[in-house]
Design a protein. Structure first.
Ligand code: HEC
Length: 186
């Protein structure tokens, strides 16, 4: 028994020491562009999944009416498109510079149309820790969070007027490089 305990303690110390060296000598990835740590993806996925199972609301208080989807499109254009892209536009460059990448929620590959709206609602409300996904609890009302969650649920079958509302807003006109010339006085 004594030997076993000693072995256990030495084992724990070795693992803790190894982790300490890994994190304090610059071996652990810290750049957004770096490769994931061993098991990082798996553990992060499992932790999120377990939390969502327990916490995501199961009932949806709103219907996906055109009016709610249009409101969701407004919320999306102003708060989400910067990272998650727009249906008829090139993918967000900023979103692809993050670790993990921001999924492009209007592409076939990344759509969340299979997720229950309650799951999307939870992610938008609470954000996803240690990723670029912010919590919108303070920025949006509960109703707005449901509206944008329904929009993403219906992303592959939106009424045309809702798709039409999802167009990138033009970038603000570039500031003139030089101050405008003074009007000539004569
Ligand atoms: C600053 C960038 C940024 C903004 C703004 C942002 N997100 Fe995210 N979002 C991310 C990143 C990065 C992830 C990936 C997180 C991960 O892989 O776990 C993500 C993940 C998600 C997911 C999960 C996707 C999946 O495949 O499970 C949903 C849903 C989502 N965001 C919705 C939204 C909505 C809706 C908004 C606007 C209200 C928004 N996001 C705004 C960066 C952003």
């Amino acid at each position: 028994m004594g030997r076993f305990l000693l072995g256990l303690i030495i084992g724990i110390c070795l693992v803790a020491g190894g982790a300490f060296i890994y994190f304090t000598t610059g071996m652990a990835p810290v750049a957004a562009t770096a490769q994931p740590m061993p098991f990082e993806r798996l553990l992060a996925k499992k932790a999120l999944h377990a939390k969502l199972q327990a916490d995501a609301p199961k009932t949806v208080p709103l219907q996906p009416t055109t009016q709610n989807l249009l409101a969701g499109a407004m919320v999306y254009s102003h708060n989400c498109a910067f990272c998650h892209g727009m249906p008829q536009a090139a993918p967000s460059v900023e979103g692809s510079g993050m670790f993990p990448h921001a999924p492009q929620l209007f592409t076939q590959r990344d759509m969340v149309t299979d997720d229950p709206p309650g799951v999307t609602y939870w992610k938008v409300k609470n954000g996803i820790r240690l990723t670029g996904m912010p919590s919108f609890q303070k920025a949006l009302t509960d109703q707005q969070i449901w509206q944008v969650s329904l929009l993403l649920r219906e992303a592959d079958k939106l009424p045309p007027e809702v798709t039409a509302a999802l167009v990138p807003t033009p970038a603000p006109a570039a500031a003139p490089a030089k101050p405008a010339p003074e009007p000539k006085h004569r």
